[in-house]
Design a protein around this ligand. Structure first.
Ligand SMILES: NC(=O)c1ccc[n+]([C@@H]2O[C@H](COP(=O)([O-])OP(=O)(O)OC[C@H]3O[C@@H](n4cnc5c(N)ncnc54)[C@H](OP(=O)(O)O)[C@@H]3O)[C@@H](O)[C@H]2O)c1
Length: 326
């Protein structure tokens, strides 16, 4: 089969389409003919040699895909050849074929095509896990979502709204319209405004109940300041760096804060299967009736994979970047 390969670790120009051994489905697995895959920041790190795949996973990039079941491994009864599925992957999505546990596959939401279905798994599972499983977001609560126009951010805004909560975001100014359209009640330009001050104004000094953070060090103190009593923060990435030069932790005790971190890729298969099932129960009816949608910024043919990586690294994207495979 063909797959996106790497000449060696480095920039986007190291990516090329070449031959790779086609995987064979083991017991409990399905083989999927990939129609579309989506980019993730982890792919750019892996391309640079800074994020090796977990033990036993394919070295081919690609953490999610949508495609058609092409063969069944021993003991698989819940899928048939020709079924349309999408899923989170441990790796291997930038290829014509991929194998995965049959339990991890999800059907395409009603009315979705391959591009839309490929835009869902990573960002909706991550955002759902953060908001529902980790932060325990409740109706009427207020949630601050940083990088609101990122892939995960656009999923989190929609899910928070669907959970009856009130989302507010930070994002660069040109991306505010999308965030508002998706349901953000307030969009803060973090480049020109102090987000903790804007949150204080917006919440009448109370602060937000939940924060979903991707920035890390540079935001840590302001995040503590922006949280309400009993606030919860889920840290998912350190786009601004993981280090703190100084912080005043008094608010952690005074406001009884809870600070959590998570990465989805390192979770067990059982965890990811349960999360996928829970997300489907919550979100698939909402995708079908239009209350949730896949936010796709650009679609590239996979021969343009280097250009797609450059676009992600330019920080211009809003929502997902998709590669059509084959
Ligand atoms: N822990 C997990 O389980 C998990 C799962 C999935 C993704 N992630 C991580 O979550 C992050 C978002 O992923 P994604 O795929 O949704 O990203 P994305 O679509 O590529 O969007 C990232 C956006 O973040 C903003 N940004 C970048 N650097 C920033 C900085 N230093 N300060 C403030 N804003 C910055 C930019 O938007 P603006 O124009 O608004 O600045 C950028 O477009 C990535 O770091 C990814 O690795 C973690």
């Amino acid at each position: 089969m063909r797959a996106v390969r790497l000449h060696d670790f480095g920039g986007p120009d190291k990516l090329y389409i070449g031959e790779w051994e086609q995987p064979q489905p083991g017991p409990g697995e399905i083989l999927v003919r990939v129609a579309a895959t989506a980019l993730n920041r982890a792919d750019t790190l892996q391309r640079m040699g800074k994020y090796p795949p977990p033990e036993g996973e394919s070295p081919i990039l690609g953490l999610e895909m949508a495609g058609t079941v092409a063969a069944l491994g021993e003991g698989v009864t819940q899928w048939s050849e020709g079924d349309k599925v999408c899923a989170l992957l441990g790796g291997g999505g930038y290829a014509e074929y991929v194998c995965l546990s049959a339990r991890q596959a999800m059907p395409w939401p009603e009315g979705f095509d391959a591009v839309q279905a490929a835009a869902i798994p990573e960002v909706f599972l991550t955002a759902f896990q953060a908001l529902r499983w980790l932060a325990g977001l409740k109706e009427k609560e207020q949630v601050l979502i940083h990088a609101g126009a990122s892939g995960v951010g656009t999923a989190a805004i929609q899910l928070a709204r669907a959970m009856g909560a009130e989302p507010v975001v930070t994002a660069s100014a040109g991306k505010h319209a999308l965030c508002r359209e998706l349901g953000a009640k307030l969009a803060i330009d973090y480049k020109t405004e102090d987000f903790a001050e804007r949150v204080a104004d917006f919440t009448n000094g109370r602060g937000v109940d939940v924060i979903v953070d991707f920035i890390g060090g540079p935001y840590f103190q302001k995040n503590l300041n922006a949280m309400a009593v009993e606030g919860r923060m889920v840290m998912l990435a350190f786009l601004g760096g993981p280090r703190l030069s100084e912080a005043n932790l008094a608010a952690v005790l005074r406001k009884r804060l809870r600070i959590m971190g998570s990465t989805l890729r390192a979770r067990s298969l059982d965890y990811k299967v349960r999360l996928s099932e829970d997300l489907q129960l919550f979100a698939w009816p909402l995708f079908a009736d239009g209350r949730l949608r896949a936010v796709v910024d650009r679609v590239y043919g996979w021969e343009e994979v280097a250009e797609a990586h450059r676009y992600m690294e330019s920080n211009q994207s809003q929502g997902k970047i998709i590669l059509r495979v084959g």
